[in-house]
Design a protein around this ligand. Structure first.
Ligand SMILES: Nc1nc2c(ncn2[C@@H]2O[C@H](COP(=O)(O)OP(=O)(O)OP(=O)(O)O)[C@@H](O)[C@H]2O)c(=O)[nH]1
Ligand SMILES: [Zn+2]
Length: 363
């Protein structure tokens, strides 16, 4: 028995370090790399990096590279070569699209070609899972383990971490308690906690659904603005209420409240996307300009929660065919799609239309 953190725990630390602006070290057979999130990079740490006198890359996603017209030789990612005189503001301008229109990046960005980009890709996966901008400073190291020890930095074994991050983290069922709701007095709330230290997810069970018949179910992704504030920019709040009401009327159902704010990019990034929408970009373009895919959610999570509740066959309340496909991929049988058309306003009409035209949502 060792007190040392295992891989899952080390990755949780690495995510937290990146959010705090602390560098982490990724080690591989070639030595490794020093990694810092662009969003939380400080001027003094950038100066330290420069003092190392090593080649410095700014890893960005292929999506962000497209917006910046930078060549992404690695397909899904690009390795922008940091100019010797680059400041923190320059790094921010590459990473954050907020000022793309007001002060466009000058000159073509030089990007690296050839060589291994596995550590860059892992760095971006970590920044995404830390819910910050997907952009990271990456500096090659001859001996990553020694560098991490010398600077007391978190050391991640890259070869083990990359596949580990692709799997769904196991969920622990923490507790269940009764919570009478306006929509249904006989409701219970189940709390699930991922082993990887990420946010908890909730299941609201209405009545005692018969597990031998299809259960009325909804996978609802968290929307702080819509669910809590009554934002008119989306349809989430009315959808949440309508789903619970329907389950209350039928006397049974399961609503999963998944903490995948902003289709999995986090609230801060979603607000960045909203700011871009104010500049004229639609919901899909805004995600892309930030460097994200349209939808970064992992719906295996929902399937795992349903299974934990003993639910394997559902009537799914949704307008999103991708949710149905992902449930079926994960072994949940969807016998019926139950449409959920509520909450259209003059503020979200264009958003709903974009989801129908670009993301295949059913109108
Ligand atoms: N990135 C981003 N996320 C958004 C935006 N508007 C709403 N969201 C998020 O989108 C998600 C909406 O989730 P859902 O309503 O569960 O899913 P859906 O894909 O619309 O599918 P159905 O509602 O089931 O038809 C929530 O996580 C919201 O926070 C936006 O403009 N940008
Ligand atoms: Zn919403």
């Amino acid at each position: 028995m060792s007190f040392a953190p295992d891989l899952t725990e080390t990755l949780a630390r690495a995510r937290s370090d990146l959010r705090m602006g602390v560098p982490v070290v990724l080690a591989d057979a070639g030595g490794g790399a020093l990694v810092m999130a662009a969003e939380t990079l400080s001027e003094p740490r950038l100066a330290e990096v420069r003092a190392l006198d090593l080649p410095v890359d700014l890893a960005i996603t292929g999506r962000r590279a497209q917006t910046l017209k930078a060549r992404a030789y690695d397909g899904d990612i690009a390795r922008v070569i940091l100019p010797p005189d680059a400041t923190r503001a320059w790094v921010e301008a590459v990473a954050d699209p907020a000022d793309d229109l007001r002060s466009p990046m000058k000159g073509p960005l030089a990007t690296r070609r050839g060589g291994d980009c596995g550590l860059h890709r892992l760095a971006l996966t970590l920044t995404k899972s830390a819910r910050i901008l997907p952009a990271a400073i990456v500096v090659p190291l001859e001996d990553g383990a020694a560098f991490a020890a010398a600077h007391r930095l978190t050391l991640v074994d890259a070869a083990a971490a990359a596949p580990h991050l692709l799997r769904l983290s196991p969920l622990e069922h923490v507790v269940t308690a009764r919570v009478p709701l306006r929509a249904a007095e006989n409701a219970r709330l189940h709390i699930f906690r991922p082993e990887d230290g990420s946010e908890e997810h909730y299941a609201i069970e209405i009545g005692r659904p018969d597990r031998d018949a299809p259960v009325l179910a909804r996978l609802h992704s968290a929307c702080f603005t819509g669910d809590l504030l009554g934002s008119l920019k989306c349809d989430c709040g009315p959808q949440l209420n309508a789903a619970l009401n329907q389950m209350g009327q039928e006397g049974a159902g399961v609503l999963l409240y998944l903490n995948q704010e902003g289709r999995g990019i986090g609230l801060a990034n979603k607000m960045r996307a909203y700011a871009l929408q104010d500049q004229g970009f639609d919901t899909v373009e805004a995600n892309h300009r930030l460097g994200f895919e349209d939808d970064e959610r992992d719906f295996r999570l929902g399937a795992a929660m349903l299974e934990a509740l003993g639910v394997t066959t559902v009537r799914l309340l949704t307008n999103n065919p991708a949710k149905i496909a992902r449930m079926r991929d994960s072994g949940i049988e969807v016998t019926e799609r139950v449409p959920l058309k509520v909450g259209e306003t003059r503020f979200n009409h264009h958003y709903l239309l974009t989801k129908a035209q670009k993301s295949g949502h059913l109108l």
